[in-house]
Design a protein around this ligand. Structure first.
Ligand SMILES: [Zn+2]
Length: 314
């Protein structure tokens, strides 16, 4: 955004806030560009992260407001209610009425479908210009639906747990409801940083899904290769660095030794089957291992192979 200077008029407070936010976003994007150095379609990925972050932040703000307003309304009707009564009301009524998970699921499904399709197209074009991306496989569409719903539920659960914790703390400490409302407003579960972390993790997951989809639909891709990246801007984790260069057949799974010592099987970096700790802040990516003999086949022969793969993934 460009800030216009209106003669001698100084920047209003709102403009100052907007300028500050833009500064932060700019710095974040530069850091992301560095992290996504080895990624295909970095610009599309960063745009999707920013767009999704705004949506998640908006849903979190609305959720926080519903809780703060809901509690205030309840006290307004009966100001003799004890903090335990209010806690019961929050658990029984406000938790049940919370629309966050449903709203976030819809936003997530929209952006995942768009992003996975867009990046799969770029991935396939990069491998072989003669095999053009047309549609997502049935398997990927189902995964997007299921994961969007699960993510909404998980995030909602975490927010509710944080609110419960605050009430339990206040009851033990003997704090009043005003303190509880203020502390709920300050919970990290509702803040912009959570929106940012969620957006980065989920859009980079969409990036992995898009690569997997693109590799599966590209007849020339025989294997996928794990790439560790972004050692500059982050503390690299040793178990992910150990994955660097590992190759497996496209439909086979990578074996990742977790930070907890367990072995986890995954189709790609940040696979949602991995523990959260192995997904969040992971900036690994993949590369295709291409069979040059298949690139030389005719477009018709390649299209036939692709159609057979798609039929198997429906
Ligand atoms: Zn990683």
């Amino acid at each position: 955004m460009c800030l216009k200077k209106l003669g001698a008029v100084t920047m209003s407070k709102i403009d100052q806030v907007i300028a500050a936010i833009n500064e932060i976003t700019k710095a974040d994007d530069e850091e992301l560009e560095e992290l996504l150095e080895d990624f295909i379609a970095p610009d599309e990925t960063i745009n999707a992260i920013n767009e999704y972050e705004k949506k998640v932040a908006k849903r979190l703000r609305a959720q926080k407001k519903r809780f703060a307003d809901g509690i205030k309304d309840y006290i307004g009707k009966d100001d003799d209610s004890s903090i335990k009564d209010i806690f019961n009301y929050v658990k029984q009524d406000l938790f049940a009425a919370d629309e966050f998970s449903e709203e976030l699921s819809i936003d997530t499904q929209d952006i995942l479908e768009l992003t996975v399709g867009q990046i799969a197209g770029i991935v396939m074009d990069d491998i072989d210009e003669e095999v053009v991306f047309e549609e997502l496989s049935g398997r990927t569409i189902i995964w997007i639906e299921q994961w969007s719903e699960e993510l909404g539920n998980l995030m909602q659960l975490h927010s509710h747990e944080a609110i419960e914790k605050e009430f339990t703390r206040a009851i033990e400490a003997g704090d009043g409801i005003d303190t509880v409302i203020n502390n709920i407003k300050d919970l990290p579960q509702f803040d912009r940083q959570r929106a940012r972390t969620t957006a980065i993790t989920e859009i980079l997951t969409a990036h992995s899904v898009a690569q997997y989809e693109g590799f599966l639909q590209s007849p020339a891709v025989k294997k996928k290769k794990w790439k560790h990246s972004g050692t500059k801007a982050i503390e690299p984790r040793e178990n992910h660095m150990d994955m660097d260069g590992q190759e497996v057949e496209v439909e086979e799974q990578f074996a990742l030794v977790g930070a907890d010592g367990g072995t986890y099987y995954c189709d790609y970096p940040r696979d949602t089957t991995l523990p959260a700790g192995e997904r969040i802040k992971c900036h690994c990516t993949m590369g295709p291992v291409v069979d040059p003999d298949i690139i030389k086949l005719t477009p018709e022969e390649k299209e036939q192979i692709r159609q057979e793969v798609l039929a198997g993934l429906s």
